[in-house]
Design a protein. Structure first.
Length: 223
């Protein structure tokens, strides 16, 4: 386990954190921090993450079934489902606060890059090993934790949104620290061979690229 703790530290340092910094330096977040991101692109975030979070909730439910015979993994995914089940509603709440209407959510479709990211997440949930699965989660949770803080600050400072409208980001900036730690524990426990560690690194690299591309896709689609 000590060896795997070093492996996790290296994974975060060499792959995940550089990805976080690249995402934070993207034009979506540069404009958000400056208060120059358009309302339409804020709405795009809400719509795409509403769709994505519904898919994630269904993915966690399937992970519970898939791992029903393995109590530690079943409990892990049951906890994650419990934590995530309200997030589609929170994404919608944010979207309504920035000008969307109920029918916008009913009619929304995923943009190409968001669909690719969601597909990668669901693929890791249904087809990958536990270590690969949670490596992708480690990437996503680390990135979400960071960008939620950026959103929370910018939305209050530049867009005048109150705590109720920012609840999606306030919650993610806090609870995703726990989710990151839980994902790291599963990776450390199940990445028990050179092959599994190789797959974890590749999963993390791919998820970083999918996540960055998603925000570029939202930026372009909601110009």
């Amino acid at each position: 386990m000590v060896e795997n703790r070093s492996f996790i530290d290296a994974l975060v340092r060499e792959i995940i954190q550089p990805g976080v910094e690249e995402l934070m330096n993207s034009r979506y977040f540069a404009e958000l921090r400056a208060g120059k991101l358009s309302a339409k692109r804020l709405q795009g975030f809400a719509l795409q993450h509403y769709i994505h979070n519904i898919a994630i909730c269904k993915g966690f439910a399937l992970c519970m079934v898939k791992n029903a015979h393995q109590s530690d993994l079943y409990d892990h995914f049951a906890h994650q489902f419990s934590e995530e089940k309200d997030h589609p509603a929170l994404a919608k709440k944010f979207g309504l606060a920035v000008g969307l209407k109920e029918e916008d959510f009913q009619n929304a479709l995923p943009v190409f890059e968001s669909l690719a990211h969601t597909g990668a997440v669901l693929r890791s949930m249904l087809l990958a090993s536990p270590a690969e699965n949670r490596a992708g989660a480690l990437v996503n949770e680390t990135m979400v934790c960071r960008y939620a803080e950026e959103f929370d600050i910018a939305l209050e400072k530049h867009y005048g949104l109150g705590e109720a409208a920012r609840e999606f980001f306030i919650i993610h900036s806090k609870v995703d620290k726990e989710h990151t730690a839980l994902a790291a524990e599963v990776v450390a426990r199940y990445a028990d061979s050179e092959r599994s560690r190789f797959l974890v690194r590749e999963s993390a690299r791919s998820m970083v690229r999918f996540k960055i591309a998603k925000f570029e896709g939202i930026y372009k689609a909601y110009a």
